[in-house]
Design a protein around this ligand. Sequence first.
Ligand code: MRU
Length: 317
Amino acid sequence: MLEPEQILRLEDDRVVLLDQRRLPADVVEVECRTAAEVADAIRAMVVRGAPAIGIAAGYGYALAAANGEDLDEAERVLRAARPTAVNLGWALDELAADPSAERARSLHRDEVARCRAMAAHAASLLAPGTRALTHCNAGGLATGGYGSAVGALQSAWEQGLLAHVWVDETRPLLQGARLTAWELETAGIPHAVIADAAAASLMAAGEVDAVLTGADRIAANGDTANKIGTYSLAVLARHHGVPLYVVAPSSTVDHRTARGVDIPIEQRDPAEITERFAARNPAFDVTPADLITAIVTEHGVHESPYGSSLVRATVRP
Ligand code: MRU
């Protein structure tokens, strides 16, 4: 398992990011010397995954403060880098009063600690011998260390509860086939990559016991934005009687957004799908709360109605 500082870190005069676009073939780093360069790296998905984007933005803001950059402008470019993951704005809000390197690093440490706590809660939902299915990458790469949904799988594996993981390849950028499979391989967890469209027939064959995903933004009512394709998995899971668990830190819960329909969905370059034809490329979709069996945060397992349990547990005083 990668150490948090191997995934991203703040040095005296730069933010260093493991280049997730090139994994698993090449393990190389990208160095950013300004907040604008960090924002470019977030937009280009050098670093991706909602919590990791938040940590990167926090490091970019602390770097801007250390550099004597215009902090209003630094905040503006970082906040605008990607629209759906609420962790980005959350991290900038957290650093507003104290944009120091130490504060940014403590945000990173806290996020990894939240992952460990929520992973333990989520693993407790799984029965021995679970064959899980996961989508996108919600591992340490996506959270700056340990992982949310993949952290839960790791914890379940260590407790002898997990038999196997089906890994959605996750078109078009293959976060599952490249990143999750790499993390599971490193952890020694039995897994197989599947075409996204194979999930239905695996569920119909009774080969999936639980679906675990991360989240990019959870509205106050529990509606959850995550990588495109999560909604279809949720519909399939409900049809086949398979539980779907969303595992995410409280930094992903957006109390200011009432319902999923209000979550901004990032539209990415159609060339990620095809350069030959017209294409449309929404990067995320919204799963309605009633299709989610439970949302697991560092505070515990939240079940419907999320509006009360989730908000009570995650709103800060
Ligand atoms: O476009 P990405 O790769 O940033 O999308 C990431 C996801 O959708 C993850 O599932 C989500 O951020 C949760 S990561 C713990």
